[in-house]
Design a protein around this ligand. Structure first.
Ligand code: FES
Ligand SMILES: [Fe+2]
Length: 446
């Protein structure tokens, strides 16, 4: 992890490092998905700072990002089909050049007409460390060297580590998750029984300092569970958090990366990549067979319940933190940075980066509503939202598992597929067997 060379804190805001020299949050590489999620057979929808994108792989399997709007009649391109590495709009079959976004085919166009000059807007897109990165700002500034990366991500196999990932869209503003990841004191309580236990809680006073790109901190001992675990953490503005858990005196280590992608107001995508050199057998067990309570989904559930109710109270006029303890200091620093960089607001959502470069075509309420098609709440069936808004309900952890499964489900391409030869044969065989059985029954009972 990086730190200031002299270890001295700097309070200068906004950060002057090469990551967030300006507060225009469009000028940043965002982790938007993972290699595993972006298969070659269909496009993958996501939003970045409200912008809807269709991610896909071209004929050379290179990751690409198009605006998710067909230049013909604005149908979502993410509903389209991949045809030999070419993205084909679902509605009228227009196709586009993967690099420039230019229209390459209009099936219904008479031969004496010219192809339309319109292009799909394209975004710089790079695959690195098994993550798909998109740059929503000025393409001329999209320097791949600025992509957030650590050595462990490139050589983890050589070092005897294995990798696990979770991607899930959540119904809360990304700033809550960033803040939550700086709040170590919640873990034995909100995650009691998952990976922490309330009986192991200890007093905490994290040591931390500002770095040119965020914050860096350390905790000597996190839990009183007999394991002398230390914790190192780093926040890289605006929305990347890392946590390293080490056992003192052992080479065991867990290095977690959290990318809290701001998809729309009140919506985020949580991408967690973990590298570890322990519990290696877990990588061979299908994720769906593992008990939810033992997976990071249970942890995300606890965080989501807390963040949703915080968001409700913030909307009703509460501050982020009313009374602070030393373990809240990092969260306070983060919130100060946030409001200085983006303007403050009581609900923690509208004060965000949404209008940094936002062209005002949609108002924020419309944006939050229109973002739901990829981000929620139909995936969660609104349970978290209802629980947060209600007075007497809580949310079962099974919902997060259901939500995750629904989001992972591979959608079939739109429309009906031609039945395969085998399915036609099996239908014919079924009819023949049925007819033979009917004849036999009739012969026995004339
Ligand atoms: S809307 Fe895409 S081809 Fe017509
Ligand atoms: Fe948590």
């Amino acid at each position: 992890m990086s730190a200031t060379p002299d270890g001295k804190p700097t309070e200068a805001l906004p950060w002057q490092g090469n990551v967030l020299a300006s507060t225009d949050v469009k000028e940043y590489w965002y982790a938007v998905s993972t290699t595993a999620q972006l298969t070659a057979d269909r496009p993958h929808p996501v939003r970045v700072l409200g912008e809807p994108l269709a991610l896909f792989r071209d004929e050379k399997k290179v990751a690409r990002a198009f605006a998710d709007r067909c230049p013909h009649k604005n149908v979502k391109l993410s509903d389209g089909k991949m045809n030999k590495g070419t993205l084909e709009c679902f509605y009228h079959g227009w196709t586009f050049d993967s690099t420039s976004g230019a229209v390459t085919k209009v099936p219904a166009l008479p031969s004496d007409c010219q192809l339309p000059k319109q292009c799909v807007k394209t975004f710089p897109c790079i695959e690195k460390n098994d993550i798909i990165w998109v740059y929503p700002g000025n393409p001329a500034n999209a320097d791949p060297k600025k992509i957030h990366s650590r050595p462990i991500q490139t050589d983890y196999k050589k070092k005897g580590f294995w990798r696990n990932e979770t991607v899930i869209d959540l119904p809360c503003d990304h700033s809550y998750f960033v803040e939550n990841l700086m709040d170590i004191a919640h873990t034995p309580w909100a995650h009691d029984g998952c990976f922490n236990h309330r009986d192991d809680a200890v007093p905490l006073k994290p040591q931390f300092h500002m770095t040119p790109s965020g914050m860096h901190g350390f905790l000597e001992k996190v839990l009183n569970n007999g394991n002398p675990n230390s914790l190192e953490f780093e926040w890289t503005a605006p929305c990347t958090n890392e946590v390293i858990v080490r056992k003192t005196g052992h080479k065991d280590c867990i290095h977690l990366f959290f990318y809290s992608l701001p998809t729309a107001p009140g919506q985020m995508r949580h991408i967690n990549i973990t590298y570890m050199n322990i519990l290696w057998f877990l990588q061979y067990i299908p994720r769906t067979l593992l008990p939810a309570s033992q997976s990071d989904l249970a942890v995300i559930h606890g965080d989501t319940v807390a963040m949703m109710s915080q968001a409700r109270n913030m909307k009703e006029g509460c501050p982020h933190i009313t009374v602070a303890t030393p373990s809240d200091e990092m969260a306070i620093k983060y919130r100060k940075w946030y409001s200085k960089a983006f303007g403050s607001s009581s609900d923690g959502e509208k004060g965000g980066p949404w209008w940094k470069g936002w062209d005002g075509k949609l108002d924020l309420e419309d944006l939050a509503t229109s973002a739901m098609e990829t981000c929620l709440p139909q995936f969660s069936r609104g349970v978290y939202e209802r629980a947060a808004a209600g007075t007497n309900s809580s949310t079962d952890s099974e919902y997060i598992v259901e939500m995750w499964k629904v989001q992972q489900r591979r959608r079939k391409p739109l429309g009906f597929e031609k039945p395969s030869q085998w399915s036609s044969l099996s239908i014919l065989l079924g009819i023949a067997v049925g007819a033979a059985a009917a004849v036999m029954v009739m012969k026995r009972n004339p």
